[in-house]
Design a protein around this ligand. Structure first.
Ligand code: SAT
Ligand code: MN
Length: 579
């Protein structure tokens, strides 16, 4: 065998005898290996070459049209006790889940290659990083994992040292949605995923490991695994402070993490540490430190344009795998929001017709984080970066103001637990319905939310200088559906108020739900937003909030006795203050 880690060697052998592949390939993560995989996929048309003169190293993958998003109804947390998975998860007994998937895995790799992908989530030399091994029969998954994680020989060496890793078994199976399951066995540090080749279902290092399994592990080890971007904000004096922000999928995490300051805010810079996942650890100095466990971006393509996300727009001009975008007559990738050129074929490869979009709304780019202009070597710093502010947010047409600040950590946990957002195309199902999405972790928390909130509260007790906690909403609209806030680069105005608040340097108004910017405290000079819109954006609708807090109370009821009492007390207190 190719490793001194006996557990790994045994597992690979056992999987191979069950799935019956024709060949086994141990991934080393080299450039050569990547090139070989690309050539293989070009040959069997898993990948299509895009115009290499203008888009060097860029390829298009068209997934099965029934396999374009995460499938939450087929995603299970398999703990021995159902209550440990909580009302926030689908649960299946571990024996049943193993039996169901093992049946489907039997012989499923016949005639195919079994790839062994050792990977490390986080810098190879960080004590905060954790490793995994994904076994898959999909070369597309291998190529994506090479971009998204630190994959190959260095990761294998660390696994041999640690003698511990998350086992992730994946096969695309026959892509039959009726035989599709994404199973998590947190106590066994094991994932079994079959029947889908799509991102979050198949790149097991991402949501399955770095969020569902890691959140469970983090609870016992005393840290937090969160669905958060991490950015460094450099002010005109050159000082850099770090913010972690949790928004549901397709609510602008990647755009915020790569923000380009508007011309009026001269002298500011944004450094991207991560765009999707943060692992947060209390440091010796009582502050909270964050690493990004990933090495690349798996971002939403539609809407990527020079005025929304210039850095991403430029970053994906080379060495990028596109999934489910359209193509132009001259073989360039095309998506809604791309101003130049026009699409000839849609994401299914069909000629454009009617109003249907060229790119699937959940089409994605996979690209190395190093190609981003806002790349900072701090992304590879084993110590992580100290977090000044945690920002929660959702996509809410109504009610939630542009920004407000929690009073303290406990209130911050309530604010996070109360996040609600309109659903998006990132998951299969209806789009645009408001649902509770605490900490933007509804699809990703590997255990009972009540215990998870309890763990957040405990973590706060270990921090002598905890981050300040905020809530933002970039998505407020008026009755005609017009967005009230310009968003994108202009969001820096809100972030700068947030940083000032972290040092008590900006004026705020005390309201029952928290502190909002005082009139004039948020710099809108040169922004395209009227005084009336600004007032509407910061207005607290007391009747609406009373109803919201009541609904939050009802939502908490579903967690019964396990709900931390302090959350209930704080919710009741705010309800009382709303009159
Ligand atoms: O789950 S994915 O990683 O495919 C993307 C997302 O929904 O955030
Ligand atoms: Mn995400």
């Amino acid at each position: 065998m190719n490793t001194s880690c006996q557990t790994l060697a045994d597992w690979v052998e056992q999987v191979a005898s069950h799935t019956r592949p024709e060949k086994i390939h141990w991934c080393d993560g080299s450039e050569n290996e990547y090139r070989g995989l690309i050539d293989l996929m070009l040959a069997d048309e898993t990948l299509l070459e895009l115009d290499q003169r203008n888009w060097p190293g860029c390829y298009l993958h068209r997934s099965d049209p029934s396999d374009v998003a995460r499938v939450e109804h087929l995603t299970f947390i398999c703990t021995p006790e159902e209550a440990d998975a909580g009302p926030n998860n689908n649960w299946m007994a571990p024996e049943e889940a193993h039996r169901k998937t093992d049946e489907l895995f039997a012989g499923c790799m016949q005639g195919r290659t079994l790839y062994v992908i050792p990977y490390c989530m986080g810098p190879i030399d960080s004590p905060y990083s954790r490793c995994g091994v994904e076994i898959t029969d999909s070369p597309y998954v291998v190529a994506n994992m090479r971009i998204m994680t630190r994959m190959g020989t260095a990761a294998l060496r660390r696994i041999e040292q640690d003698d511990s890793f998350v086992k992730g078994l994946h096969s695309t199976g026959d892509l039959d949605p009726d035989k599709r399951f994404i199973m998590h066995f947190p106590e066994e540090l094991t994932i079994k995923s079959i029947g889908s080749g799509y991102g979050g279902n198949a790149l097991l290092g991402k949501k399955c490991h770095a969020l569902r399994i890691a959140s469970y592990q983090a609870r016992y080890e005393g840290w937090l695994a969160e669905h958060m971007l991490i950015l460094g904000l450099q002010d005109p004096t050159g000082r850099i402070r770090y913010i972690a922000a949790a928004f549901p999928s397709q609510c602008g995490k990647t755009n915020l993490a790569m923000l380009v300051p508007p011309a009026e805010l001269d002298g500011w810079r944004v450094w991207t540490v991560g765009d999707d996942i943060a692992w947060l650890h209390p440091g010796d100095d009582g502050r909270l430190y964050a690493i990004n466990p990933e090495a690349g971006f798996f971002g939403v393509v539609p809407g990527t344009a020079p005025d929304t996300n210039l850095n991403a727009y430029e970053m994906i001009r080379r060495d990028t795998i596109f999934t489910n975008v359209g193509v132009t007559a001259d073989n360039e990738p095309w998506w809604e929001g791309r101003a130049e050129n026009k699409p000839a074929l849609d994401w299914k490869g069909q000629p454009m017709s009617g109003d249907s979009p060229a790119a699937h709304p959940n089409s994605r780019f996979t690209v190395s984080a190093r190609q981003n202009k806002g790349y900072t070597p701090l992304m590879d710093d084993p110590r992580g970066v100290p977090i000044s502010a945690i920002v929660f947010g959702g996509r809410r047409r109504e009610l939630a103001p542009l920004v407000y600040q929690a009073r303290d950590w406990e209130h911050g946990v309530l604010v996070g637990a109360s996040v609600a957002s309109e659903t998006t195309a990132a998951a299969a199902g209806q789009v645009g319905v408001v649902r509770r999405d605490p900490m933007a972790m509804k699809p990703f928390c590997g255990y009972n939310f009540a215990d998870y909130w309890g763990h957040w509260l405990e973590t706060g007790k270990r921090l002598s200088s905890p981050p300040e906690v905020f809530h933002v909403n970039w998505f407020r609209r008026d009755e005609s559906g017009r967005f009230l806030w310009p968003g994108f680069g202009e969001n820096l105005r809100v972030l700068s108020w947030i940083l000032d608040r972290c040092e008590n340097g900006a004026d705020a108004v005390d309201t029952p739900i928290g502190m909002t910017p005082a009139a004039g405290a948020l710099n809108t000079d040169g922004a395209d937003v009227s005084a009336a819109d600004m007032e509407a954006l910061l207005h607290i609708d007391r009747a609406g909030w009373r109803q919201e807090m009541q609904q939050i109370g009802e939502y908490f009821d579903t967690y019964g006795e396990r709900l931390p009492a302090v959350l209930r007390q704080r919710q009741q207190k705010i309800l009382g203050e709303l009159g």
